[in-house]
Design a protein around this ligand. Structure first.
Ligand SMILES: Nc1ncnc2c1ncn2[C@@H]1O[C@H](COP(=O)(O)OP(=O)(O)OP(=O)(O)O)[C@@H](O)[C@H]1O
Ligand SMILES: [Mg+2]
Length: 284
């Protein structure tokens, strides 16, 4: 009998169908995931927005935390970030109840805490605080029972804010763009994760590596992805995010890709990532 052809996915593993997650009949406490890579422009914010929307589509209650003074997450989800309470105000204790900073979005089940340029002053203000690495953890703890998942969109640095995000999180998800030098700096990031685990947050896990901006037509992207899989093995998600101009377009339109271009491959890719995270037990 002829052997059945197995179709291989971009990671070199067999393509498989990942079932839609079961409905949840109760919510919380949230699993907190830091979307982290100190390299700029690798798809952290894009992946936070669109993974958050995809998890919400599957009935999860999701909070996306903008933790970058650039405020790109807030803008990309169409929520105001000026003249409203932000994550900075919560970190500094200017606003005591974190719920006051939570904004709803056009996506049912998806809320946001915004950030703006004020947050760039936080590193300076927090340096002299007691337990300065644990401040975000203290803020998010008060919200954990309201959500199934909290995603933190980190800024491209390994400074005190990112250490706060890692200290507040159960897991780290590392978006990696499929370009040369993608792996450069990842060793330092993994070292930082290890240090935070040793010193501040013993339960911190590496949830996985997400390959982004993948263009299957170029040998270059295929080679980079192969190296990433060689280095990180099963930690690399089956789901790979392809390169498409619809993702920046959606960001400009201040909508998740699921609303902006539902039939685009990137919509299905982020839905698949949500299913894979549930299947891997990363989120409920
Ligand atoms: N899969 C993709 N295909 C094409 N463009 C993408 C893709 N993912 C993200 N982009 C675009 O690339 C740019 C950088 O992406 P994004 O802002 O998500 O990265 P980032 O890691 O959050 O950047 P920063 O480090 O500056 O915060 C944005 O213009 C975004 O729209
Ligand atoms: Mg960003």
């Amino acid at each position: 009998m002829a052997k059945q052809e197995v179709e291989l996915g971009p990671t070199g593993r067999p393509e498989r169908v990942i079932p839609a997650p079961q409905k949840l009949d109760r919510h919380g406490p949230a699993r907190i995931v830091a979307m982290c890579n100190q390299k700029g422009g690798v798809g952290k914010t894009t992946s936070t927005i669109n993974l958050a929307a995809a998890l919400a589509r599957y009935g999860r209650r999701v909070l996306a935390v903008d933790f970058d003074p650039q405020g790109a997450l807030s803008a990309g989800l169409g929520v105001p970030a000026h003249d409203v309470p932000t994550i900075y105000d919560l970190m500094l204790g200017k606003v005591k109840d974190p719920r006051e900073a939570v904004q709803t979005t056009a996506t049912p089940g998806l809320d946001v805490i915004p950030a703006n340029i004020d947050l760039s002053a936080a590193e300076v203000h927090l340096v002299t605080e007691v337990a300065r690495e644990q401040i975000l953890a203290g803020v998010l703890r008060k919200l954990a029972n309201d959500y199934d998942v909290i995603l933190i969109d980190c800024q491209p640095s390994l400074g005190l804010l990112t250490v706060n995000a890692l200290t507040a999180s159960h897991g780290v998800l590392i978006p990696l763009a499929c370009e040369y030098f993608a792996l450069r700096g990842v060793a330092l990031l993994v070292e930082t994760v290890d240090k935070v685990r040793d010193r501040l947050n013993p339960a911190l896990e590496l949830d996985g590596i997400l390959a982004t901006m993948y263009d299957a037509r170029t040998l270059h992207a295929r080679e980079v992805l192969e190296r990433v899989v060689d280095t990180f093995g099963d930690k690399v998600f089956d789901t790979v995010i392809g390169r498409t101009v619809k993702l920046p377009d959606a960001q400009i339109a201040a909508k998740p890709i699921l609303d902006y271009a539902p039939s685009n491959a990137a919509s299905e890719a982020y839905l698949k990532l949500a299913r894979e995270l549930v299947q891997r037990g990363v989120v409920a």
